[in-house]
Design a protein around this ligand. Structure first.
Ligand SMILES: Nc1nc2c(ncn2[C@@H]2O[C@H](COP(=O)(O)OP(=O)(O)OP(=O)(O)O)[C@@H](O)[C@H]2O)c(=O)[nH]1
Ligand SMILES: [Mg+2]
Length: 369
């Protein structure tokens, strides 16, 4: 990954990174204040060279070797910080300072200054070339050394021994190395809401937590993940993430695409939020389309503990229970009808979420219709 990569490959990747960044800054990403992905080039500082020098003073004209060592190059660290919310302020390049060269009279060079980059908790650092996850900074204070600075070279003082007090040998400082990294933010929440635009995800988040995401009767109101906390008895807390709406074909970049699904990757439980009043899709079609999009993004997401919420029940027709029963049979998941707007059944939803998140299973959930 680092110094032994040819500079040609690195140059190509850098220009590719610039291209991706340019694309992302265009169009639908242009006005986004919330940035959850960046490609970053990091370079460790080079170590300083060792010095060749001989002691001279007064009557001593041919004294012993006294060349000092070079200083170590500065390293680059990523640290998770709870007050940082997005990757927006992340620069494209970070570089540790070079160590300085050793000097005569046994003076060692100065160590290069380390660079510490603050990122939000939940940041994942990946090597762009191999795609390997290098670090997952989950807790505030988590620190990862992305690149170590080059070692300082040895001065001739270090090569002196009883047989040879005046060696002329020294070594060069080590190369700091370079890396191209993809830095991703993955929201940390226990529960993730997935649904079509306008299904009422943000309304539900408002209903069960104190979060205040914007609610409006047009699609794609929510453009960035929003997290709210459901307060339980005693100290119980559950974080719920509301993400932008998914539409059929999101994997082909329709709507807002499906890259924001990374924000629900860590969730213990997924809630499919279906709109019973949708004129275009039945709840079963919505459920199937959502499942397909999740599968195409990452089949492991379908392994998460899941519940189905059928929202807007206040406006459902007289006999919707048949539709719910049918969906229950086909999905094999517990169905919870709710109305986020009227807060109908939201207390039951909260209780169920606590049970599901703590037990990590939906087996004890009852259907509510
Ligand atoms: N009647 C009724 N309307 C609801 C209910 N829940 C949400 N709505 C309405 O549905 C519309 C969309 O609600 P949002 O909460 O913004 O939907 P969303 O799923 O967050 O939509 P996006 O952010 O665009 O993905 C708003 O006009 C809400 O008032 C409900 O339970 N009953
Ligand atoms: Mg919304």
């Amino acid at each position: 990954m680092f110094c032994n990569r040819s500079s040609l490959i690195l140059k190509r990747l850098l220009s590719a990174a610039a291209g991706v960044a340019k694309q992302r800054s265009k169009g639908k990403y242009k006005d986004r204040k919330f940035v959850d992905w960046k490609r970053v080039v990091v370079k460790g500082g080079n170590g300083g060279d060792g010095c060749v020098s001989f002691h001279r003073s007064g009557k001593i004209r041919y004294g012993p070797a006294d060349g000092g060592n070079g200083g170590r190059g500065g390293s680059v660290f990523f640290t998770a910080h709870s007050s940082v919310r997005t990757l927006k302020l992340l620069k494209n390049h970070y570089r540790g300072n070079n160590g300085t060269h050793g000097q005569g009279s046994g003076h060692n060079g100065k160590t290069g200054r380390d660079v510490t980059v603050q990122v939000p908790t939940g940041t994942v650092v990946k090597d762009t070339i191999s795609g390997t996850i290098l670090a997952d900074l989950l807790m505030p204070g988590d620190r990862y050394q992305v690149l170590a600075g080059g070692e300082g070279g040895l001065g001739n003082m270090m090569f002196a021994d009883v047989d040879n007090r005046r060696p002329t040998q020294s070594s060069e400082g080590g190369y700091g190395g370079e890396a191209l990294l993809d830095v991703e933010l993955r929201t940390i929440a226990d529960v993730g809401l997935v649904g079509f635009p306008n299904a009422g995800k943000s309304t539900l988040l408002r209903a069960i937590t104190r979060a205040t995401p914007t609610v409006a009767a047009y699609p794609f109101t929510t453009l960035n993940p929003q997290v709210g906390v459901v307060m339980g008895k005693k100290e119980d807390r559950i974080a719920v993430a509301d993400i932008p709406g998914l539409i059929p074909g999101a994997h082909e970049n329709k709507g807002l695409g499906h890259l924001f699904l990374r924000h629900i990757e860590r969730c213990t439980c997924l809630l499919y939020v279906l709109d019973i009043t949708s004129p275009d899709y039945t709840i079963e079609e919505q459920y199937n389309a959502l499942q397909l999009e999740l599968r195409l993004y990452d089949p492991d997401l379908l392994e998460s503990v899941s519940l189905v919420l059928v929202n807007k029940m206040d406006e459902s027709g007289e006999d919707s229970s048949g539709e719910l029963k049918c969906l229950e049979e086909k999905s094999g998941l517990p169905i919870i009808p709710v109305s986020g707007k009227n807060l109908w059944n939201t207390n039951y939803l909260k209780q169920t979420l606590f049970t599901v998140v703590t037990k990590r299973t939906v087996q004890s959930c009852n259907n509510y219709y």
